[in-house]
Design a protein around this ligand. Structure first.
Ligand code: ATP
Length: 211
């Protein structure tokens, strides 16, 4: 079975299984039963057995699952063996924080180029990531074959920058600006509006207090 036809609910649990199996492997454990897994990841054992059967991993009675075999499968499915290079546009407060963060806990994504118009920071390296001037953006994205971009520019320039990104074939944008950018269907946008998220939380807390 390919990763495309694994049910969505199963796919969502894969990273949980993967993390735990990595821990077991690090601890030198060779096999694990679905009951042990169920206890550790808080998913019932019948669901685990069904999930694992989708990728052809059938536990043996009295033996359980082979940890290394499962890990190999997960690595391929989760693309953990492929590094995805990401660029960040707009190294302001938020952009800088993300550069600093740089997804350290994940070994398969990394921001490896950033872009800005501010001449005080272009040409420097921040948190290990080179900051290029915007004039170099299209060329660098192409050379470095970057298809995913984090957008942390001011809202009023977000669409213009997006248009340039589309032109060079960027396929996915993590949009931290409050602007709902327009893109063709072939480009995926994931919006992260932190202010909005916080305000929603405050709103629901207030509602709870009133009730
Ligand atoms: P943040 O909103 O992330 O807290 P900030 O308040 O420090 O950032 P903003 O004015 O939002 O600053 O700008 C974010 C960054 O985007 C700045 O570093 C700015 O130089 C950069 N920037 C502004 N216009 C452009 C543009 N057209 N292209 C690329 N970067 C830009």
């Amino acid at each position: 079975m390919t990763s495309q036809n694994i049910p969505k609910a199963t796919a969502k649990r894969l990273p949980i299984y993967y993390r735990y199996l990595n821990m077991l492997s690090d601890a030198g454990k060779k096999r694990v039963s679905s009951n042990e897994l169920a206890d550790a990841v808080k998913v019932d054992s019948a669901t685990i057995r069904r999930d694992f059967s989708y990728f052809g991993a059938l536990g043996k009675r009295g033996y359980g699952y082979d940890v290394e075999n499962l890990l190999e499968f997960f690595k391929k499915t989760l693309n953990q063996d492929k590094l995805t290079n990401v660029a960040l546009i707009g190294v302001g407060n938020l952009g800088h924080a993300l550069l600093n963060f740089n997804f350290h806990k994940s070994n398969n994504v990394r921001i490896n180029a950033a872009f800005d118009i501010n001449e005080e920071i272009t040409g420097t390296i921040q948190s290990g990531v080179p900051i290029y001037p915007m004039e170099d953006m299209k060329e660098q994205l192409k050379i470095q074959q970057i298809e995913i971009v984090i957008l942390t520019v001011p809202a009023n320039v977000a669409q213009g920058v997006t248009n340039d990104l589309i032109e060079v074939g960027v396929k996915g944008i993590l949009n931290f600006t409050p602007l709902r950018i327009s893109v063709p269907e072939s480009v995926l946008v994931q919006n992260v509006d932190l202010t909005n998220e916080l305000q929603t939380l405050i709103y629901f807390l207030d509602l709870e207090k009133q009730s």
